[in-house]
Design a protein around this ligand. Sequence first.
Ligand code: SF4
Ligand code: SF4
Length: 372
Amino acid sequence: MTGDEMRAQPPLGLLAELTHRCPLRCPYCSNPTELHRASRELDAATWGRIFAEASALGVLQVHLSGGEPTARRDLPAIIRHAVSAGLYTNLITSGVLTDERRFNELVEAGLDHVQLSVQDAEAGSADRIGGYAGGHSRKLAFAPIVRAAGLPLTLNAVVHRQNLDRLPDLIELALALGAGRLEVAHVQYYGWALRNRAALLPTRAQLDAATDTVNRARDELKGRLVIDYVVPDYYATLPKACMGGWGRQFLAVSPTGLALPCHAAESLPGFTFPDLRTTSLQDAWNNSEAFNRFRGTAWMPEPCRGCARKEQDWGGCRCQAFALTGDAANTDPACALSPHHALLDLAVREAAEATPDFTYREMGRAPAPAAG
Ligand code: SF4
Ligand code: SF4
């Protein structure tokens, strides 16, 4: 089947954004700039129905995320729903709200895996980046609770100019905390991160040193630590296959129940995303205009339309295309063939002159748009 004829295949994974509430205020947070309040969140029973529909559709894993998912007091009930739907459950957490008693409730509910985010390896810098005093030490206390319960642990480190030089320390931290996997992900620039881009973009020298560090550590730590490495688009000449292609492998559900082809898609204008309070997940995935708009290759403009890579990267990231060019249907500017590729070089040059100050994520305050 070609991309032009692409019909919806079953999704593999579901990102369940249970809440936008979070005690941290990371300046690169991937939540939309318009954060939803607790009163609009789906209840546990509705999540249960969505998990059952997801499982029937072919989903194998649910990533329980946010915001901070442990801000929900009913998280054990939500996990139980996912487990009874037959889903593998992965909790993506900052770890700052969960003591041993609460964590054991999650384990008893059937939690399978934990991904713990860290902002840096050095406490003062980590707390500054996360905008939460004492957060780093709470994370260090949380990781042993996970390991003592026998659950596998992944450490997530979002990296950027202000912590990238400590990547070797982040690798040491992952080992010290007993993580089996470390995700080193460069910031993706939309929403809050786009507003803070000038303070976050790494230099070329930092990026090259980090790539060397990852390659060396992968060799040295084979069998002890798996390192996933997501490289930054701003030094790329080829885009990533964002989400494995729009509506191909993954979907996200927002705290209020909108089905999204990607967690950042809610910020795209001109879309009516399916509301899972009134629409089934199957109908949303297979039949909705929002999921079908960028599925396959028929929607592509040139240069993607005639390109041999169009079924490898699917034209890159729609949210980045919109954030930088104002049109989500454009080729991702991360591609050197994009007529907008020079915007990335311009941003790198501007960042070299910028101050390290952040605009922190806050409920009820959307950041002013950054220049594209
Ligand atoms: S990125 Fe930071 S602020 Fe955003 S949900 Fe995660 S921990 Fe909270
Ligand atoms: S032109 Fe389009 S399909 Fe080709 S490499 Fe660039 S983004 Fe990918």
